[in-house]
Design a binder for this molecule. Structure first.
Ligand code: URA
Length: 208
């Protein structure tokens, strides 16, 4: 797809998301939050759902957890404009509760479309909701965030060959320095995967 077509498709998708009323979450939102970033990104990061600040600003990961994620990306040499960041669910659940299965089932079509559009090489799943949704799209069994964290799993999602890399959610890492260290390490591993690929070195991505 050409650059202009891709941008057009993204803009149309973002508009559909902003006016979506497919599940009851629309009733409590200030605004829906489509993903954003580089439409040609090699690395996509997927969170759970917008929080308060994201709901107010209409952008993903712009609150405290977003700040932590932005810093982890910078440290790894993957500044935010180079990646694509989104959530499984595009509207804020009341009091930031975990989205229900029904809400995920209703909203995951947008994540699927984002993956088909961006065609990333590595998808970092931030936390349990993202890991579980992405593994399910890949037809893989999800054993929970603690068991899966830090694994690199080759998978086909929406016809796109990717490495899925589950890690902790940045909100969980906010108050737990050990989790923060692991999250930073995992983001660095994602960066290494794509950098080695660009240097023509063999990575997990070559075996797909
Ligand atoms: N938490 C998420 O899962 N997503 C955001 O966009 C912000 C906080």
């Amino acid at each position: 797809m050409g650059e202009a077509d891709k941008k057009g498709a993204y803009d149309r998708l973002a508009e559909v998301i902003r006016s979506c009323r497919a599940c009851p979450l629309y009733k409590g939102r200030t605004q829906a939050v489509p993903g954003e970033g580089n439409l040609d990104a090699e690395v996509m990061l997927v969170g759970e759902a917008p929080g308060k600040t994201e709901d107010e600003q209409g952008r993903p990961f712009v609150g405290a957890a977003g700040q932590l994620l932005t810093e982890a990306l910078e440290r790894a040499g993957l500044p935010r404009p180079t990646v694509y960041i989104t959530n499984v669910v595009k509207c804020r659940p009341p009091n930031n509760r975990t989205p229900t299965e029904e809400e995920v089932a209703s909203c995951v079509k947008y994540l699927r479309e984002e993956i088909r559009l961006v065609r990333p090489k590595v998808i970092v799943a931030l936390g349990n909701t993202a890991g579980s949704a992405l593994f399910s799209l890949a037809g893989l069994k999800w054993r929970g965030a603690t068991a899966e964290r830090g694994r690199q799993v080759r998978a086909k999602v929406e016809g796109v060959e990717v490495v899925l890399l589950p890690t902790y959610h940045p909100a969980a890492a906010l108050y737990k320095p050990d989790l923060r260290g692991l999250l930073e390490k995992d983001v660095e591993e994602a960066a290494k995967l794509v950098k080695r690929g660009r240097q023509g070195r063999r990575t997990l991505l070559d075996f797909m």
